[in-house]
Structures are given as structure tokens and as C-alpha cells.
Ligand binder design. Structure first.
Ligand code: DQA
Length: 148
């Protein structure tokens, strides 16, 4: 394998498919994992896929990805707004990190949703493209890592 891409999902994303489907769509987390693998694995990349509702667990996922990962695709969900321990863990990572939001956080019901504390420390952000955002993020990491 040329590398491992970590796909990390924050709180309430375990209920994708049931959770406000008019905002987050009808695909489940299992569907999303399948899509991520279908993009990464034919290119020779391994996927580590996690979802958690617990902040300390997300910090540990970042510790595990800290050194040597090909890249991280991160949907912080509600950690977006106050997950400072995660922000500190994210800053220790030596790989590209793409922040993904399924919805367009700049076009939601409340202004607070648009203010991500993670954006200052990530490589880039994709927001509002539904679960396609994950595939695009993975493709970007594959391209970066396939360059000589
Ligand atoms: O849980 C989430 C999901 C989200 O990150 C998204 O993927 O669109 C957007 C956040 O505002 C929200 O708290």
C-alpha cells in the first residue's frame, strides 16, 4: 500500500441517513465508508475509517494518525465549533488534512455554523457537496501522494 488515509467523523454522523436527511442526505455511514474504500483501494491506498461522539476518542484517532499517514479527511461535525483539544491534536499531524462538511456551513440556519475553529489548521475545506466531498478529498490526497 502506498499509504493510509484516515477518514474521521465527529458526533451524530453515526446516524447519517436518519439524521435530518433534507440536510445530510440519505446515505448511511456504512455507505460512506464503502464509497471511500471504492476510491482509495483501487489506487493502492488503505482506509482507516472512524466515527465517534466522544471528544477524547477523536483526539486519540488523531494521535494514531499523527505520524506517517498519507492524509486525513475530517468531518468534525459539532466539534467544528469548540473542539480545542482536537484542534491541538490536529496541529501535531504531519500530513495533509482536508476538512469536509456534508452541508454548506456558510448557508445554514445560524451564523455560528459557519465559524470553524479547525479551518486555521487544515490544508483545505470542502463544504456543501454532500458525501461527494469525502471522495473529492480522498482523490486530492491520492494525487498529492502520487506525485514524484
Ligand atoms: O454535525 C454537523 C455536520 C456538519 O459538519 C456537516 O457535515 O455538514 C455541519 C455541522 O454544522 C454539524 O454540526
Amino acid at each position: 500500500m502506498p499509504g493510509t488515509i484516515h477518514v474521521l467523523n465527529g458526533p451524530n454522523l453515526g446516524l447519517l441517513g436518519q439524521r435530518e436527511p433534507h440536510i445530510y442526505g440519505t446515505a448511511t455511514l456504512a455507505d460512506l465508508e464503502r464509497e471511500c474504500r471504492a476510491i482509495a483501494e483501487p489506487a493502492g491506498f488503505d482506509i482507516v475509517f472512524h466515527q465517534t461522539d466522544a471528544e477524547h476518542e477523536m483526539v486519540h484517532f488523531f494521535h494514531a494518525a499523527r505520524l506517517g499517514a498519507a492524509g486525513i479527511v475530517f468531518n468534525p461535525a459539532a466539534f467544528t465549533y469548540a473542539g480545542y483539544p482536537i484542534l491541538d491534536a490536529l496541529k501535531m499531524c504531519d500530513c495533509p488534512i482536508v476538512e469536509v462538511h456534508i452541508s454548506n456551513i456558510h448557508r445554514r440556519e445560524a451564523e455560528w455554523r459557519s465559524k470553524s475553529i479547525m479551518t486555521q489548521a487544515v490544508t483545505g475545506i470542502i463544504s456543501g457537496l454532500g458525501i461527494d466531498g469525502y471522495g473529492l478529498a480522498i482523490r486530492h490526497i491520492i494525487r498529492l501522494r502520487s506525485q514524484p
